[in-house]
Design a protein around this ligand. Structure first.
Ligand SMILES: *Cc1c(COP(=O)(O)O)cnc(C)c1O
Length: 240
């Protein structure tokens, strides 16, 4: 009976639909599994999913140790500098780099273990005060910092940008906010990645935006990486 309930904990119908929509747009689906048990992740893995996103460092470290080694682990939460070294050895992509200080710390820890960590700059696009991210001044400061001291950023590759739109039913507003991200990505990423990616082949920037409630708008606006949790795993119960 328990295994039956477990099987029902992931929504395979939504999964297949999301995979199809992502395929059409050549986007990556990151399955956001925060708070959900490893068995749910395993079930989606068995259905073919390999990219999973987590918000809490300790939880991610524990899950990574228990689950298959070929999972791409995305860190999508707010990262504190003192937790960076726990992630750096295995993380596939850090989405939430929201300060220059954090970017430098990731680079420093990565250099120590001879790794280059893929990062996205989290930009603040929402008309809310509760979300993290850089504004245009912060982005300019990143540009200046990487140009002034490229060596300090040898441990990171800045692959793109990540953002979260306002939690609103106003679709036009969500669309405008996503457009802001795309605009900043065109304006700032080429100059930043010309420094941090200097020897590597040029790849399309990763644009990580869109969640369960707004991923369709996101894909229309040029997202190539959506982060979807509740549509796949059901609503989250934080009071566990
Ligand atoms: C939780 C979370 C998601 C997934 O949210 P859903 O609405 O459940 O799809 C995506 N991105 C971030 C940064 C999150 O914290």
């Amino acid at each position: 009976m328990l295994s039956y309930l477990r099987l029902m904990a992931i929504n395979l119908q939504h999964y297949r639909q999301l995979i199809q929509e992502c395929k059409e747009k050549q986007a990556t689906l990151v399955a956001v599994s925060k708070i959900k048990p490893p068995a749910d992740i395993q079930a989606l893995y068995d259905a073919g999913q390999r990219d999973f996103g987590e918000n809490y460092v300790q939880e991610l470290v524990e899950k990574q140790a228990q689950l298959p080694g070929d999972i791409n682990w995305h860190f999508i939460g707010h990262l504190q500098s003192n937790k960076v070294k726990l992630l750096v050895p295995f993380v596939h992509l850090v989405h939430g780099v929201d300060s220059l200080k954090l970017l430098k710390e990731i680079s420093k820890q990565a250099i120590k273990i001879n790794r280059r960590v893929n990062c996205l700059l989290q930009v603040f696009i929402a008309r809310e005060t509760t979300k993290f991210g850089m504004d245009e001044m912060d982005l300019k400061a990143v540009v200046e910092a990487v140009q002034a001291d490229p060596e300090a950023f040898k441990g990171v590759r800045i692959r793109g940008m990540m953002g979260m739109a306002s939690n609103t039913s106003d679709q036009d507003q969500v669309r405008q906010e996503f457009r802001q991200l795309v605009e900043w990505s065109k304006k700032y990423l080429p100059v930043i990645s010309s420094v941090t990616d200097r020897q590597e082949k040029k790849e399309q920037p990763l644009l990580s935006f869109g969640m369960s409630g707004d991923y369709q708008i996101a894909l229309e606006e040029g997202s190539n990486m959506i982060r979807v949790g509740s549509l796949l795993f059901g609503a989250r119960n934080y009071a566990r």
